[in-house]
Design a binder for this molecule. Structure first.
Ligand code: DON
Length: 308
């Protein structure tokens, strides 16, 4: 272990990466996200020993977007048997942009994995079938996991997405044509957009996702969030599919299971040790936070961490 962690280490990493601000592009295909200032940089780390470190804009809430795809999978795992989930969605990287329709047509409506839009939409369809109030349930889970009772959906972002939902609608209808989408498309999309529009800070995200570093256990609740095996499986999916078509590049540079969102957030897991959340809204071409990836790369090098 190269470095002892403290907030100073995190400040130093942010200072190293700050010159990259201005090189990426804030997501503008969801108009409500385009107004976010690109000049933000934050990091938070929660450890299984109960420590918490943070630096920069770690307390500012942002739209978690696709990071929510991990949470919807967790809820599905809580309500469905393993084979029921994996007969409807795969476990392999797509190598395609997150909102691509290409493979879906060729592969008869079965999405490659739950972390591309198509896969998350199938998962949300499954939640709609078994939960009486999927949006309220998600809020309850997240509020409990990060001990922040005021976590909420950004209704402006959710509405903005719904108004620009042609591609996600097309994905859902294509899956419906193959029999892999059972509920009303608009209803499920509304839930999906609300999940994406969860507003959370890095500090809240690192606390929420600590269960993935701790065998499915969260200090916030008596019952495990998922089983140790499911935590392992989710980490494996994050490592192979969490960063879209840049999963290989990210494994090379950072070497941790991670999930990004077009709001500029990334959650990364050091199994048995810590959950890391970073945020910087400007994205690279794959839709991952440009500075966020650089922060994770600098940090893992400094700390000497990698799963490989
Ligand atoms: O459905 C969408 O396109 C967005 N709500 C989420 C996309 C996203 O965050 C992909 N991440 N890199």
């Amino acid at each position: 272990m190269a470095t002892v962690m403290d907030n100073g280490v995190l400040e130093a990493v942010l200072a190293e990466v700050r010159p990259l601000l201005g090189r990426g592009k804030v997501a503008d295909y969801i108009p409500a996200l385009a107004s976010v200032s690109g000049n933000k940089l934050g990091i938070a780390i929660s450890t299984v020993q109960g420590e918490h470190f943070q630096a920069g804009d770690a307390d500012e809430r942002f739209s978690i977007q696709s990071i929510s795809k991990v949470l919807s999978l967790v809820v599905a795992m809580n309500h469905y048997a393993e084979e029921e989930i994996w007969q409807r969605v795969g476990k392999d990287p797509s190598g395609q942009p997150f909102n691509s329709l290409l493979q879906l047509e060729i592969e008869q409506g079965k999405p490659r994995n739950p972390f591309i839009n198509a896969g998350a939409l199938v998962v949300c369809d499954m939640l709609q079938s078994r939960l009486s109030a999927p949006r309220q349930r998600m809020l309850e889970i997240v509020r409990k996991l990060c001990a922040a009772p005021d976590i909420a959906y950004d209704s402006l972002v959710a509405r903005s997405e719904f108004e620009h939902s042609a591609r996600n609608m097309a994905i859902a209808w294509l899956m419906k044509s193959f029999g892999n989408f059972h509920n009303d498309v608009a209803t499920v999309l509304q839930n999906y957009f609300h999940y994406c529009a969860l507003k959370m800070s890095c500090a809240e995200l690192s606390r929420t996702f600590l269960f993935l570093a701790d065998g499915g256990h969260s200090v916030q609740q008596a019952t495990p969030v998922v089983t140790p095996m499911q935590a392992r499986q989710i980490n494996a999916l994050m490592a192979t599919s969490g960063m879209y078509q840049n999963a290989g590049e990210f494994a090379w540079r950072v070497g941790l299971p991670a999930k990004s969102g077009v709001g500029g957030g990334i959650v990364a897991i050091v199994p048995h040790e810590m959950a890391i959340a970073v945020w910087s809204p400007e994205l690279d071409e794959a839709g991952n936070s440009l500075a966020g990836v650089a922060v994770l790369e600098a940090l893992t090098r400094k700390l000497g961490r990698s799963v490989y």
